[in-house]
Design a protein around this ligand. Structure first.
Ligand SMILES: C[S@@+](CC[C@H](N)C(=O)[O-])C[C@H]1O[C@@H](n2cnc3c(N)ncnc32)[C@H](O)[C@@H]1O
Length: 141
């Protein structure tokens, strides 16, 4: 999994759909008031960039070393103590997680106040099949 993602790293940095968007602005608005944030599955680091512009201290993590996060780790096993960050963010990534319930439990464990998660919506089984054909790293919306 991580090799595939690492090969895509530059694409995610440059992608217009990831660099900006209403969902990104919504996440930034929700995070207002946090002083420290962990951005899980950071990819091209766009959430972290926007939050840092607002003066928030951000640690990034991702399972793929090629994404150059601060910490390489799976969302299902976050190497941080309980309540380490005011908020945890995770944008457009949970549909790739092998065990989303464990990942969300981990995010809740390391967050003091908020877990802010934005992802693609489930639109039926045909949509899931189409996504998996388009992108083999898709697990479930
Ligand atoms: C679509 S990109 C993330 C986009 C990014 N959050 C943004 O806002 O632009 C999906 C990311 O999820 C990461 N990923 C996939 N499975 C993961 C897992 N189990 N744990 C942590 N990161 C994972 C990939 O390496 C990739 O960087």
């Amino acid at each position: 999994m991580t090799d595939v993602w690492s090969q895509r790293a530059q694409l995610y940095v440059e992608s217009d759909a990831h660099r900006s968007g209403q969902d990104l602005e919504q996440l930034v608005a929700w995070a207002a008031g946090a002083r420290t944030v962990l951005d899980v599955a950071t990819g091209g680091g766009h959430v972290a960039r926007r939050l840092r512009e607002g003066g928030i201290q951000v640690v990034t993590c991702d399972a793929a070393p090629g994404m150059a996060p601060d910490v390489v780790c799976p969302a299902e096993e976050l190497p941080f103590a309980d309540s380490s960050f005011d908020a945890v963010t995770c944008r457009t990534a949970a549909h790739h997680f092998s065990d989303v319930r464990v990942a969300i439990a981990e995010m809740a464990r390391v967050a003091r106040e908020q877990v802010l998660l934005v992802d693609t919506a489930h639109m039926g089984e045909a949509g899931e099949r189409a996504e998996s054909l388009r992108d083999p790293s898709h697990v479930r919306n």
